[in-house]
Write a protein that binds this ligand. Structure first.
Ligand code: HEC
Length: 453
């Protein structure tokens, strides 16, 4: 009797399972939402993606390519391993989402009953209803080269204010998203009477031709007496699909003076076969009060607080591992991090080891891709106790199997020694950097969510 009952239950479960399997996955019911939230943010007429992924037709006609890019994790671009450490605004597909898309394609790309594109509409409505207090445009529209090669530029955006002002957010707005690949910007502020004219000098310099020192000279960045003005690093960062990091109220922010320059030290335009016009700009949001907790930035490795071991010299035809380590002397709360290498990068891992020998995973990138160098923000502040060691291990591939290798046959490539923080993307040099943004730890920080929405 008992066995019979189990038999009947099993048969029932089996029938239910078959029933579920037969329940069709359709574009409108199951797939559209995933495509709109995880792909259409870039694959839209104004986005960085080379074609639209919005309608049933857009997606179904590329189903083969989509199978390929999502099984290899090439798309959506999210180099960080989500199983090692998760971050805010992750772009990767969950296992379920991936399976849904793949099954839908295998089962014959069924369209299903039409529903309005309401999901997409909600993505494009600006979540941030704040209006910027100031917009700073490029001094002149930039026209890219038509040689189908990347362009790496330094560009300055000077602006004057009536009085010293607190700024809560500086946001880069890419105008021509097809070509603007990424930017990293610093804020330079001038003390009273240290600089007469912030607008003179060149507004753009090609950093593949000129060293950073030369570029500074050409752009007339230094004070009139040739001393250095105050530079606050990484006030704005942009990559296609990324949003400007903004911390909860009272954390972060900047003090601007009457005379200021936003200096984009890494303005990367992707290759195009035709000259493209771009007039990107910055939105600036003021704040009434000074930042209560000032975010600090430091970096391990190249130009940073820790040596690279062995020195960063990558012989031709070798895959080689390098390490850099730094001890944290006070309790800190990590907010945002950025791993940085150039074209030979293969993989990257960073973790902290506490005095109790506990490991705190920070980030792991299994397949480095120099095109997608995000600033990753933790979901909650991440406490690293005093005495911990932050350890970074990076592997470089200088063989001809690395499709990004700029030289064939491969050549020896090493670190470039320059003077200001971050280096350019010159193909002849490599970097190994781990940039961290943090606060001195306060009781309860680890409970504070960094999601401002
Ligand atoms: C952060 C922006 C972004 C997101 C999000 C994104 N893509 Fe892309 N996608 C791009 C860019 C830029 C390219 C072209 C450059 C390249 O191939 O690397 C591209 C290229 C592609 C290609 C062409 C690849 C090839 O070999 O030519 C496919 C297919 C694709 N994406 C599918 C997807 C799918 C499916 C999703 C969502 C699951 C997605 N993408 C999410 C930016 C994005």
């Amino acid at each position: 009797m008992y066995y019979r009952k189990i038999q009947i239950i099993c048969i029932c479960i089996y029938i239910i399972m078959i029933g579920c399997d037969k329940k069709q996955i359709t574009f409108h019911n199951n797939v559209k939402k995933i495509i709109h939230t995880k792909c259409a943010v870039c694959h839209n007429p104004k986005g960085a993606g080379p074609f639209n992924l919005i309608s049933y037709e857009d997606v179904s006609k590329r189903s083969k390519m989509i199978t390929q890019v999502i099984t290899t994790n090439y798309m959506p671009p999210w180099p960080a391993d989500p199983y090692y450490r998760s971050f805010l605004n992750e772009k990767n597909l969950t296992i379920n989402e991936k399976e849904t898309i793949l099954k839908w394609i295998q089962n014959g790309i069924t369209k299903g009953e039409d529903t309005p594109n309401h999901i997409l509409d909600s993505i494009f409505v600006n979540k941030n209803q704040d209006k910027p207090d100031l917009q700073i445009y490029m001094q002149k529209t930039h026209v890219t080269n038509d040689l189908n090669t990347d362009e790496f530029l330094m560009m300055k955006f000077p602006f004057e204010l009536q009085k010293d002002t607190f700024i809560k957010k500086i946001e880069f707005v890419a105008n021509n998203k097809q070509v603007v690949h990424h930017i990293n910007a610093h804020l330079i502020t001038y003390e009273e009477n240290k600089k007469k004219n912030i607008f003179q000098g060149e507004y753009v310099v090609n950093t593949e031709i000129f060293s950073d020192d030369k570029a500074f000279q050409k752009m007339d960045i230094l004070n009139d007496d040739d001393t250095y003005p105050l530079l606050t690093p990484s006030v704005a960062n942009y990559l296609p699909g990324s949003e400007q990091t903004e911390y909860p109220l009272g954390i972060g922010g900047y003090r601007a003076k009457k005379k200021n320059i936003i200096l984009v030290n890494d303005f990367h335009y992707g290759p195009t076969p035709y000259p493209e016009r771009d007039s990107s700009y910055f939105n600036i949001y003021f704040s009434d009060s000074p930042p209560k907790r000032q975010v600090q930035e430091t970096q391990l490795g190249t130009f940073g607080i820790s040596k690279i071991n062995p020195p960063l010299i990558i012989p031709p035809n070798e895959i080689k591992k390098f390490t850099t380590k730094a001890t944290i002397t006070q309790d800190i709360s990590l907010l945002t991090i950025n791993p940085h290498m150039h074209l030979l990068g293969k993989s990257f891992i960073a973790f902290a080891v506490t005095l109790n020998n506990d490991t705190i995973p920070l980030i792991k990138i299994n397949n480095w891709n120099f095109r997608w160098q995000y600033f990753y923000t933790y979901k909650k502040m991440l406490k690293i106790p005093a005495g911990s060691e932050i350890i970074v291990e990076a592997i470089y591939d200088n063989t001809e199997n690395n499709p990004d290798n700029p030289f064939n046959p491969p050549k020896e490539i090493s670190e470039r020694i320059g003077f200001n923080g971050k280096g350019s993307m010159k193909t002849t040099n490599e970097m190994l950097q781990f940039i961290i943004n943090y606060l001195p730890y306060q009781e309860g920080d680890e409970k504070i969510s960094l999601d401002v929405q």
